[in-house]
Write a protein that binds this ligand. Structure first.
Ligand code: SAH
Ligand code: SF4
Ligand code: F3S
Length: 519
């Protein structure tokens, strides 16, 4: 190890790293001939902290003129690996790139810049990204002028950045989740310096309004808050996304109004924990229920939200959702486990009983509510009995759909150092048993829809048969039926004739029909 590298042992546990310079703007290092400009880097310890300092809202965030021609006659391609929040970030990234003059392409050989917007939630999400980087390395060799960047939640992880610096020196740009708005500047830096540019903020920045967003289709996402303060013991998100920060109600409402004006048929309000909305306001009292009550009055046909945390699901929210209108009767309410002991170890801050009580309240106020959930099997120490409790909860609630996962240890989270004594084959068996139970209920629930008439937002034409259309009910069920392409984008009524497990088939009813908005 060179003398200079000594202080940077975090990165330089190999022989040929050299510190070139360091000042208040960061440091420049050289690893195996590759020069790297580290403007700032992820720091797990800082990511853990939750400060009390006020979050500023920045409005004056136009892409400055000097960057507007950087992408002239050039193409971009963005790959997205994560959740809806991540997808929505990609819309912002695309918006910024287009303001810089880049045009989109699906052909990676044509692309002048390729960005991988990554997810860190489970190990297999990360494996996919490293696999993709392996493929892109060949392209980079053929086309050295192409810029290759990694952003999103993985970029917020110390271990990932270290691995990229050590093994993937062909990457040109690494930036995190808090500094998307810095993209034009970082691209310029990478283009002109030819160095790898690294800028990852460990502390969340301000709320940045008015960034361009490239939305496509009929459905639009709207961030209402950023970050998560829940720190469930298995989860990486509070570290990669920072502390909870709510957008000001006026900004959210103005954005939804604008989407309504542009003709969007459906919006989804986004946050890691949407019902913690407003808890960080110090000057006003305004909850997620209050926000939904305002958005209910906007002329947009359907409003969804994700994800809600059972702990913060209060009576005010239930009361507002029961008013329905454009607030659809689908609630995604991740339970994670049916065992109070496991929930405690996960630090979910509710018990099985409290969750079931909440479900009871929701069903009473909204009898046709469709509930879906997320569940983790094989959490460290989960016993057969505790898993059985998850199964019994699933049967008792009757979820129409669930995202189910095998627990994946995440470096730096408290659960990663708990003894993980459940063998992989047991975890896999539990996952299968759980999925079977969910399929069983889902099928029954769909069967009950036989003969019913549902309102469907027509979203597209079937890939294989162009006389077949597909769309979704208010409760987010996928429906296939015969129809002509000009119906895409409109609402139709469909009578269910053939319920399946993951979708339902039906026939369109030509006349508008008054129907209960039950399904
Ligand atoms: N904020 C949302 C979920 C975000 S992550 C919420 O709290 O509900 C989406 C889902 O991934 C989680 O609900 C959880 O089921 C799963 N998940 C998160 N961390 C995981 C891990 N380490 N291993 C397996 N699944 C995980
Ligand atoms: Fe992760 Fe829990 Fe926050 Fe959801 S609420 S993002 S599972 S820490
Ligand atoms: Fe993944 Fe980050 Fe979303 S870890 S699930 S992309 S918030």
């Amino acid at each position: 190890m060179s003398k200079d590298a000594k202080d940077y042992s975090k990165y330089f546990d190999f022989s040929d790293a050299k510190l070139l310079s360091e000042d208040e703007n960061g440091k420049r290092i050289r690893i195996r001939g590759r020069e790297i400009n580290i403007l700032s880097e992820p720091d797990h310890r800082q990511e853990k902290q939750r400060g009390k300092e006020d979050v500023q809202v920045l409005y004056d965030t136009m892409v400055s003129e000097e960057f507007m021609t950087l992408g002239k006659d050039k193409h971009y391609l963005v790959y997205t690996f994560g959740c809806q929040m991540n997808e929505h970030d990609s819309e912002t990234i695309k918006g910024l790139l287009e303001q810089m003059g880049y045009t989109p392409t699906e052909d990676r050989k044509l692309a002048d810049i390729i960005l991988l917007n990554t997810c860190a939630i489970r190990e297999n999400a990360e494996d996919k990204v490293f696999g993709e980087l392996g493929h892109l390395k060949h392209l980079k060799v053929e086309k050295p002028d192409m810029l290759l960047g990694v952003c999103g939640c993985m970029a917020q992880e110390e271990g990932v950045v270290r691995r990229i610096l050590q093994k993937h020196g062909f990457i040109d740009l690494i930036f995190g989740t808090h500094n998307l708005h810095r993209l034009p500047h970082l691209i310029q830096e990478a283009l002109f310096s030819k160095e790898m540019v690294v800028e990852v903020w460990s502390k969340e920045g301000d709320i940045v309004e008015n960034l361009p967003k490239k939305r496509e289709g009929l459905r639009g996402w709207v961030n209402i808050m950023y970050g998560c303060d829940k720190f469930c013991t298995y989860c990486i998100v509070p570290y990669t996304r920072g502390k909870e920060r709510s957008r000001r109600p006026d900004d959210v409402i103005a954005e939804v109004r604008e989407l309504a004006r542009q003709g969007f048929k459906e919006i989804t309000l986004l946050g890691q924990n949407v019902n913690a909305y407003g808890k960080d306001f110090t000057d006003i009292q305004f909850s997620f229920g209050d926000l939904m009550d305002e958005i209910r009055k906007i002329d947009i046909p359907r409003v969804r939200f994700t994800t809600s945390h059972p702990r913060d699901f209060d009576d005010r929210l239930i009361e507002v959702l029961a008013k329905k209108g454009n607030l659809v009767e689908h609630i995604h309410l991740p339970v994670q486990s049916g065992s109070s002991q496991v929930l405690k170890k996960m630090s979910r801050k509710y018990s099985r009983e409290v969750y079931l009580e909440l479900v009871g309240k929701i069903k009473k106020a909204i009898p046709d509510a469709v509930l879906t959930t997320d569940i983790i099997v094989g959490f460290p120490g989960e016993t057969d009995e505790q898993f059985e409790e998850t199964l019994s909860l699933v049967r008792e609630v009757g979820f129409d759909f669930a995202y189910t996962f095998i627990y994946s240890p995440r470096e730096g989270t408290p659960a990663a150092i708990m003894e993980d004594n459940v063998p992989m084959d047991v975890k896999k068996k539990r996952l299968q048993t759980l999925n079977d139970a969910i399929v069983e209920h889902s099928r029954k629930s769909n069967d009950r829809m036989m003969g019913a008439v549902v309102e469907v937002l027509v979203e597209g034409v079937s890939k294989n048969k162009d006389h077949m259309l597909s769309g979704r009910t208010r409760s987010n069920k996928l429906v296939h039926f015969e129809g002509t392409p000009e119906l895409v984008g409109s609402f139709v009524h469909v009578r269910i004739t053939d319920p399946m497990t993951w979708y339902i088939k039906g026939e369109m009813i030509p006349e508008p029909v008054v129907t209960s908005d039950a399904v």
